[in-house]
Design a protein around this ligand. Structure first.
Ligand SMILES: Cc1cc2nc3c(=O)[nH]c(=O)nc-3n(C[C@H](O)[C@H](O)[C@H](O)COP(=O)(O)OP(=O)(O)OC[C@H]3O[C@@H](n4cnc5c(N)ncnc54)[C@H](O)[C@@H]3O)c2cc1C
Length: 269
């Protein structure tokens, strides 16, 4: 893992399956104990950088054990790790996404992470922490959309004056800035609770849900302000922001899952 932090190795989070869903406990990939190894068979989908990863944290069921377990795959060059790059990804194109077929993949038993059968908890803890970072990604994307919109509105002239002088444009910018401010406050609040070691899952899910909605709002308004120059990527980054934003509402626990988590926190299971 220090090699990953240093950028020398690429790691993947290998949870989602084609036949499974947003429920982390719903795994059909299976590991069978054979001597000092597990032999793993199954299939994974949508794995970010799974086609170029040197190692991965893999979630699966261990035969004869209840629950989901987590283990480290540290050899993705073995023939059983069959990863293919998924085509035509809408956004976040700086990173690939992969489908992975696991055919008798050998993982040393020493690579079991934590305790057998506790993998769902580890996955949910990872996704809980990721909620704050996805909220922060949304803040960054919204801020860029706002900055680009202000700069463009000041220089673009229509009907003989900069469009920034038009109240219709000013109100779009005011709405973007206001929602962004609220989303930033919620994100900092969740992050501060996380840093302080306090329970933060409710605040993280709320921040993520709202910040991703704000990002959708901001890129939509930025597109409208840039109009034709927003729609064509050669003229502005708005076309890229528009595509990238959509993933924020899907990966690492989508908007529906955040609502479930919020409701569970408030109402109870
Ligand atoms: C760009 C990208 C990168 C990704 N990276 C990774 C990665 O690195 N590793 C990884 O393991 N996965 C990754 N994923 C997968 C991602 O986490 C899943 O796509 C996501 O969790 C949703 O699962 P699903 O697509 O199976 O949707 P489904 O679970 O099939 O959901 C379909 C719809 O039903 C709704 N829904 C489902 N259950 C409920 C419920 N109980 N109540 C209300 N609504 C519900 C959902 O909100 C959604 O709208 C990535 C996905 C994308 C798009």
């Amino acid at each position: 893992m220090p090699d990953c932090a240093a950028g020398k190795k690429v790691a993947a989070f290998v949870l989602t399956e084609p036949g499974a869903d947003s429920d982390a406990s719903h795994q059909s990939t299976t590991a069978v104990e054979k001597g000092d190894h597990y032999v793993v068979n199954g299939e994974k989908i949508f794995i970010m950088l799974g086609d170029v990863a040197d190692l991965g944290v893999l979630f699966c069921r261990v035969e004869g054990q209840s629950g989901v377990s987590a283990m480290m795959v540290d050899d993705t060059t073995q023939p059983g790790w069959q990863a293919r790059t998924l085509k035509n990804k809408l956004g976040v194109r700086a990173a690939t996404a992969a489908g992975i077929v696991l055919k008798d993949v050998k993982i040393p038993r020493a690579n079991l992470l934590g305790e057998l059968g506790h993998g769902s908890e580890y996955a949910l803890a990872t996704l809980g922490a990721a909620a704050v970072s996805v909220a922060a990604q949304s803040i960054g994307l919204s801020q860029r959309a706002l900055d680009e919109s202000i700069a463009y509105a000041k220089k673009r002239e229509a009907f003989g004056q900069p469009i920034a002088k038009l109240q219709a444009i000013q109100w779009m910018i005011a709405d973007m800035a206001t929602r962004l401010e609220a989303a930033r406050g919620m994100t900092y609040h969740a992050a501060l609770k996380q840093d302080a070691g306090e329970a933060f899952s409710l605040e993280a899910s709320m921040a993520r849900l709202y910040a991703t909605q704000v990002a959708a709002f901001c890129v939509d308004r930025a597109m409208q302000i840039h109009a034709g120059y927003g729609f064509i990527g050669e003229f502005s980054p708005i076309e890229k922001l528009y595509r990238d934003q959509r993933a924020l509402e899907i990966y690492e626990g989508d908007a529906g899952v955040q609502r479930l988590a919020i409701a569970e926190n408030i109402i109870g299971r």
